[in-house]
Design a protein around this ligand. Sequence first.
Ligand SMILES: [Zn+2]
Length: 272
Amino acid sequence: MIALLVALLYATCALAGELHRPVIKYPDSRRLGLDLVAALPSRTKKVTVWSGARANKIPKGCADVVRAHKLNTKDITVVDVEYNDSDIVYALCHHPKAKMSLDKLIDWYGKAPGFLRTNARHVMAIPGTGASGIASNDNVAYFSDIGMQGFIHELGHELDTWCAFPGKKKAWDKCRDTPIWREAFNEDWAAVTEYANANHGENFAELTVHALYQWHVQGGIDRLGGTINGQPAKSSYEHEVGRIMDFCWKELGGTTHVRKEDGYKEYPVVDK
Ligand SMILES: [Zn+2]
């Protein structure tokens, strides 16, 4: 019941927006995602569908999410994917009625730089309503044929959990709760989207997309042409973007190859 009360309160706060910052105006809100798709290279090396002895098996992380959404695990295609920037074999899950195609899921997950990708254990595309995606327990599920902004946003939640921000007491404490992040938050004063105002978690995830853009797209976030009160918006959120770049540079693409010992997450497999 306490959990329920907390959940209800959280939902209410999220709807109202906890952070109350003015929202930056962008001349073309699609540009953030479209430029990232163009700038990030495709890295898919090899795709292997689970078959033979594994045809009736599924990673538990996928099965948990699939069953929670009242879907049948027997409908799920599981693939092992290797990318050219990592020694890790990633297991991805796809439902035939998912709005996002398996090809896109594979390609875009590979566009996420190796360490950002490896923060998640499994990504999957399944049918669902309400949110366009969720991140929970290191697994990310996409429900819609999402744009790159939303695709990276969900990985941003995993970055919040796993990036080595100074001041974390445990490795999986949230970056957003560290004093150094709150200091940057207080130095900045605008939100990149209305959704970023929902709470500190959504704000961090939204800003992850901008940090990735700053890293990979020529011209950086200036190129997006955002304004606040008629002035260029960059200075209203650059401290937060800067801290993500300072401390999560590996995940943003500063290291080019992920070795197994850098982040392979073991995962149990269950019957479908
Ligand atoms: Zn989110």
